[in-house]
Design a protein around this ligand. Structure first.
Ligand code: MN
Length: 232
């Protein structure tokens, strides 16, 4: 028996100290800042978080030109803190969660909002709105040994230099240890997994030519330029 075709190499994110971080699975948390849930006309569940997933190959590094995707006229930015898992586990206790964190990065959960809202309205999955090519821009991953545990700190997004999102990590409804505990009940987490932890209020649309910058205290920025639709 022969292998029919080659599988692609893993997506490699970069760390602030020069390592490659192979990306495995991407989990994105929904409605984790109260003001954003409100602007989306959605309820906040303080008892339990919820998540959706994206393919690893949706990751693009900071500095990229992101092709404007197909099938949307309302492509939104969402600035997020991203947690990089360095050690796997199942049923991880929140008290032990920090031991599974490799580090942290800035990132964007880019969203075809029109398709997401259409799906939401029809009770359908969010994949068409969320799991979009190049929709998970990621900054350098800073190791925990450099940052310490991140529980507070300013998070902001500028669009063409104008502040559009501004909050503090302390505003997260479900903090990172709770997210790791929750996700590790749903899945066996593994090294290489990324958790996009949710976005603050102020989401909005981009158009080709726009520049998006995500900043979080203590981390490298994610800088993305929105380009023309892909023509390949
Ligand atoms: Mn998001």
């Amino acid at each position: 028996m022969t292998q029919l075709f080659e599988t692609p190499a893993p997506v490699l994110a970069k760390t602030s100290d020069g390592h490659d971080f192979p990306v495995r699975h991407i989990f994105c948390i929904g409605r984790n800042y109260a003001d954003h849930a409100k602007e989306m006309g959605a309820e906040v569940d303080r008892e339990a978080p919820f998540y959706f997933t994206k393919w690893a190959e949706t990751v693009i590094p900071s500095g990229s030109v992101m092709a404007y995707p197909s099938m949307t006229a309302n492509f939104h930015y969402e600035a997020e803190l991203v947690v990089a898992i360095g050690k796997g586990g199942r049923n991880i206790a929140a008290a032990d969660a920090l031991g599974h964190v490799y580090g942290y990065a800035t990132g964007l959960d880019m969203t075809r909002r029109d398709l997401q809202l259409e799906a939401r309205g029809k009770g359908r999955p969010w994949d068409a709105g969320k799991n979009v090519e190049q929709s998970s821009p990621l900054g350098l991953i800073h190791p925990l040994s450099e940052t310490g545990e991140m529980t507070t700190g300013a998070i902001s997004l500028t669009l063409n230099g104008e502040v559009r999102q501004q909050a503090d990590l302390a505003d997260l409804i479900h903090p990172i240890p709770a997210l790791i505990a929750y996700l590790s009940r749903a899945f066996k987490l593994e090294a290489g997994d990324l958790i996009y932890t949710g976005t603050p209020a102020g989401v909005g649309a981009v158009v080709p030519g726009d520049t998006i910058v995500v900043s979080i205290d203590g981390l490298s920025d994610t800088v993305i330029t929105v380009g023309q639709p892909a023509d390949d």
